[in-house]
Ligand binder design. Structure first.
Ligand SMILES: [Fe+2]
Length: 491
């Protein structure tokens, strides 16, 4: 391995930090690396050709008030495969907030567990105002550009997907009428090259939906009127429709009236779905009601005759109670514990003729962060690849291939003290089946103090990785990721 540190960012996090989400598997990285000819255990297939990108909540500074793992600064980790070799690099997303805090040598904004008034720059960015747009949630490659986005809305920051060079902010966000910008979970339709987007805010109509064309121009946007401020996290699409959601977990209006942001689950309020033609108008929205829940992520959606089928992770306990014996500190983070939320695969069917919704559970296993073969996005599909969570933590301890046709599940356990990240599917060139390809994930191994990139044959997950690629240092646990084949990178 030839590795060099390109830059080191000055951190103000104290050396004796004890925060559970800034230590151990979540210990942040402050060095930016370029590394070639990575050491490989096993065999890297010659036909694995492309890049795996993963965003990470990676704080630079100590927090003002309580730290939440979604507050951290965006850091992109990249591994590039080709000709049976691998290289790695990582870079911070140089957001406006990152640069301002670098200049001030300390934190300027509170996170989601404190009030904006305590920020040193209360004007800020992000859905609430007074909050840093850390761009640390999601990543996707569109129009040859890697885009990072933030769960509370904001800018879409652009990086060269190969070099990770800073390319500023996407212009189309400023054409989008959402006052807060764009939410994480922009959705790429690989068949059309379109990017489907949404944004949400505290101002009526509370949600907007839009389409960015394959050349990176906003070509469509509409209002999606909601009854009040909501906290959607993700959207879905089929070949002809976009699906937005109005879920009954949102800032409690009783407190919001006084400017206090406390999310609450309203079990008597139905879940609602907006189904709208992808280039349709607000007046074309069809609303469907379903059982109350919260859903962090959708898996896929498709059309089936008169019905729209939507798969996602139904939270059976969206507002979990504090567990007996749990420390006060850890109980604060039960809302990111998949086991506590009881998030399980679920299917909704919306009948466009009758207006009725039917729904069913697809698995008894708690899992989330589902990935699919991108070629079947918006289309009927068979397989999803999902993460299981370590109970009590926001950490992924295993990977499950779920066959939605037979209901069978195959799991790989990362092992004691080893945590993976969201695991996308990389199709084999000229693939002959939906699962003909590879699964790629980064691991954080706190037992051996190292990180690897694991490559699996998607048809043989339970046999374990076919290749383990050593990274130059242990990297923090992280979440959203994407696979982009070399053919989509324009050289
Ligand atoms: Fe997400």
């Amino acid at each position: 391995m030839h590795a060099r540190v390109v830059d080191t960012v000055d951190s103000t996090i104290p050396a004796d930090d004890r925060h559970p989400y800034r230590t151990g598997a979540w210990a942040p990285n402050h060095r930016e690396w370029d590394a070639d000819d990575l050491e490989v255990e096993g065999d890297l297939p010659d036909d694995l050709d492309g890049i795996y990108l993963r965003n990470t909540e990676n704080p630079v500074h100590d927090s003002i008030g309580l730290y939440h793992p979604f507050d951290g600064d965006g850091m992109v980790h990249q591994i590039r495969f080709g000709d049976g070799r691998a290289s790695y690099r990582n870079r911070f997303v140089r957001t406006d907030g990152f640069l301002a805090e670098r200049d001030e040598r300390g934190p300027l904004w509170t996170g989601v567990y404190d009030v904006p008034e305590n920020s040193r720059r209360p004007e800020g960015w992000g859905a609430r105002g007074g909050m840093k747009d850390a761009s640390s949630t999601d990543i996707i490659v569109h129009n040859g550009v890697a885009l990072t986005t933030f769960w509370q809305c904001g800018e879409a920051y652009q990086l060269d997907p190969l070099t990770l060079a800073d390319e500023g902010k996407a212009d189309w966000v400023h054409d989008f009428p959402s006052p807060t910008g764009v939410s994480a979970h922009t959705k790429l339709d690989e068949r059309t090259g379109e990017l489907l987007i949404f944004g949400y805010s505290k101002e009526a109509p509370y949600m907007h939906y839009g389409v960015v064309d394959p050349a990176g121009q906003l070509v469509h946007s509409i209002d999606v009127p909601l009854p009040g401020p909501r906290l959607p996290h993700d959207m879905a699409f089929t070949e002809h429709y976009a699906i937005l959601n109005d879920l009954p977990l949102f800032w409690d209006p009783a407190f919001l009236a006084d400017g206090v942001h406390i999310p609450n689950f309203f079990p008597d309020v139905p879940t609602r779905f907006a189904v709208v033609p992808r280039r349709g108008a607000t007046s074309d929205i069809r609303w469907f009601e379903a059982d109350p829940t919260y859903v962090l992520h959708w898996i896929n959606a498709y059309e089936d005759g008169d019905e729209i089928v939507l798969d996602g992770f139904f939270q059976h306990r969206p507002m979990p109670p504090k567990r007996d014996g749990e420390s006060k500190m850890m109980s604060l983070y039960r809302y990111v514990d998949l086991d506590q939320l009881q998030a399980r695969p679920h299917r909704w069917r919306f009948n466009l003729v009758t207006g009725e919704t039917t729904e069913e559970s697809l698995s008894d296993r708690v899992m989330e962060f589902g990935m699919i073969n991108g070629a079947v996005g918006g289309q009927p599909y068979r397989y999803s690849y999902n993460m299981t969570g370590k109970p009590g933590w926001f950490l992924f301890d295993g990977l499950v291939k779920h066959d939605l046709q037979t209901g069978s599940e195959e799991r790989y356990d990362f092992g004691q003290g080893v945590y993976g990240s969201e695991t996308p599917f990389a199709p084999r060139p000229n693939a002959t089946a939906e699962d003909d390809g590879y699964l790629i994930t980064f691991t954080t191994d706190v037992e051996r103090d190292r990180s690897e990139c694991l490559v699996f044959e998607a048809t043989r997950l339970s046999e374990g990785p076919i290749a383990r690629v050593r990274l130059p240092e242990r990297i923090s646990s992280g979440t959203h990721s994407c696979w982009t084949p070399a053919s989509a990178l324009g050289g």
